[in-house]
Design a protein around this ligand. Structure first.
Ligand SMILES: Nc1ncnc2c1ncn2[C@@H]1O[C@H](COP(=O)(O)OP(=O)(O)OP(=O)(O)O)[C@@H](O)[C@H]1O
Ligand code: SF4
Ligand SMILES: [Mg+2]
Length: 350
C-alpha cells in the first residue's frame, strides 16, 4: 500500500508491475422504479426493481485502459458512477488502492478521492457556461484545498492548459468560445487538476465529429503515457474501443458477458453477443472471421428473459440456455485467454 502511494507523489511515474489500482467485486446497482404507493394499491401494481448492474467484477492495473462496451441501457454509465462513488453499490464493493470506496467520504479517504476523476460525454453540460476557463479548471484545486495562493493557481491552470495542447491565454475565455473538441480538452484539463491516478471516461468522444474524436483519443493516450494514468473507458463504439483499450469487457443487460485483451476479443470473439457487435463494424483486426449478423432488440430490463438473457437473440440457444444463467468463466484457446458467460462456449459448440 505504501509503495502505491509513493508512486503517486513522485514527479516521474515509475510503473509498478501488475499493481491493481481498482477492483470491482461483484458490484450490483438496483433502482426502485415502482409507481407511487397509491397507484400500486389502487391499480394492484407490484414493486418494480430494475437491475441496472447485476454482479460485475473486474480489476484494472496501473497504466492500463479497460473499456466497457455494449448497447444503450446495458449499464455502462451505472458502472462508471459506481466506480467514482457517485452511486453506492446495492451489493458488492469497489476497491480503490486496496480501500473500500465507501471510506472515501470519511476524512481519512479525502487524499485518495482526489486520485479519482470522471470525464463525461457532453463537455458543454459539464462546464459552467458563466465561468471563465481559469475558474473552471481551478475549481477542483480549491475544492480539494490543494492550492490557496493565487499566482500558484494561475501557474497550475496554465500548465494544465498546455498539457491538453491549449494556450495559457485561453484561461480568460468562456466555454462557448471553444469548439466541441476543445471543450472536451478543457474537461480533461479540469479532471487532471488534482493529479488523479484513475480516470473514468464515460463516452468522452461520442458527441464529437469523427476527425476530432481521433485527436481527443490520441491526446488521452499521450497523457496516459506521460502521467501513467489508468482509465476505465466507456463507449458503445467498438472502433473507438479498439483504438484506446488494452482490455475490453462486453456488457449485456447489467452483466459482463465477455472480457479479454483487445487483440483476443477482436480477433477471436467467443460470446455470440460480442460477435453480433463486431458484425456491425468493419473487420478491424482483419481476422477474416465468418460473419453472421444477429438481429433483435434488447429486452425490457424490468422483465429480463430467464436463463441467459441473450437467448431470444442468440442463434446458438438451446434448452439449457433458456433456464440456466451462464457464469463468467475463463477459457484458454489458440487466440488467447477469454472470460465468457456462455453455455455454448462451455459445451465447446461455439
Ligand atoms: N437513476 C436511475 N433510476 C432508474 N433507472 C436507471 C437510473 N439510471 C439508469 N437506469 C436504468 O439502468 C439501466 C442502465 O442504464 P445506464 O445509463 O447505465 O446504461 P448505459 O449502458 O450507460 O446506456 P447508454 O449507452 O444509453 O448511455 C437502463 O435501463 C436505465 O434506464
Ligand atoms: S448461453 Fe446460450 S443463449 Fe446465451 S449466448 Fe451462450 S449459447 Fe447463446
Ligand atoms: Mg451511458
Amino acid at each position: 500500500m505504501n509503495a502505491v502511494l509513493k508512486n503517486t507523489t513522485s514527479t516521474q511515474w515509475e510503473p509498478a508491475a501488475d499493481q491493481v489500482i481498482v477492483r470491482a467485486e461483484n458490484i450490483a446497482k438496483y433502482f426502485d422504479v415502482s409507481p407511487p404507493w397509491l397507484n400500486r394499491v389502487l391499480e394492484r401494481q407490484k414493486r418494480a426493481i430494475l437491475h441496472a448492474v447485476d454482479g460485475v467484477s473486474f480489476e484494472i492495473k496501473r497504466g492500463e485502459t479497460l473499456s466497457l462496451v455494449g448497447e444503450s441501457g446495458c449499464g455502462k454509465s451505472t458502472v462508471a458512477r459506481l466506480l467514482v462513488g457517485l452511486y453506492t453499490p446495492t451489493l458488492g464493493r469497489v476497491n480503490f488502492f486496496g480501500r473500500d470506496l465507501r471510506e472515501m467520504n470519511s476524512q481519512r479517504g479525502r487524499s485518495l478521492r482526489q486520485k479519482l476523476q470522471m470525464i463525461f460525454q457532453d463537455p458543454y453540460a459539464s462546464l459552467n457556461p458563466r465561468w471563465r476557463v481559469a475558474d473552471i479548471i481551478a475549481e477542483p484545486l480549491k475544492a480539494h484545498g490543494l492550492m490557496k495562493d493565487k499566482a500558484q493557481i494561475i501557474a497550475r491552470v496554465d500548465e494544465l492548459l498546455q498539457q491538453v495542447r491549449l494556450a495559457p491565454a485561453d484561461k480568460l475565455k468562456f466555454p462557448h468560445q471553444f469548439s466541441g473538441g476543445q471543450r472536451q480538452r478543457l474537461s480533461i484539463a479540469r479532471a487532471l487538476a488534482t493529479k488523479p491516478e484513475f480516470l473514468v471516461c464515460d463516452e468522452p468522444t461520442s458527441a464529437l465529429d469523427v476527425s476530432v474524436q481521433a485527436q481527443v483519443l490520441n491526446l488521452m493516450k499521450e497523457l496516459q503515457r506521460e502521467m501513467g494514468l489508468t482509465y476505465l473507458f466507456i463507449s458503445h463504439n467498438l472502433a473507438v474501443v479498439h483504438h484506446i483499450s488494452d482490455r475490453v469487457g462486453v456488457m449485456y443487460l447489467g452483466k459482463i458477458v465477455e472480457l479479454a485483451s483487445r487483440t483476443t476479443l477482436f480477433k477471436t470473439p467467443r460470446h455470440p453477443y460480442t460477435c453480433m457487435l463486431l458484425d456491425a463494424i468493419p473487420d478491424l483486426e482483419m481476422s477474416g472471421r465468418a460473419r453472421t449478423p444477429v438481429g433483435g432488440e434488447v429486452p425490457n430490463p424490468l422483465n429480463p428473459p430467464a436463463g441467459c438473457t441473450f437467448h431470444p437473440r442468440c442463434p446458438h440457444a438451446n434448452a439449457r440456455c433458456r433456464v440456466e444463467v451462464p457464469l463468467l468463466k475463463l477459457y484458454r484457446h489458440p487466440g488467447g485467454e477469454t472470460q465468457a458467460a456462455c453455455h455454448g462456449v462451455e459445451e465447446n459448440r461455439i
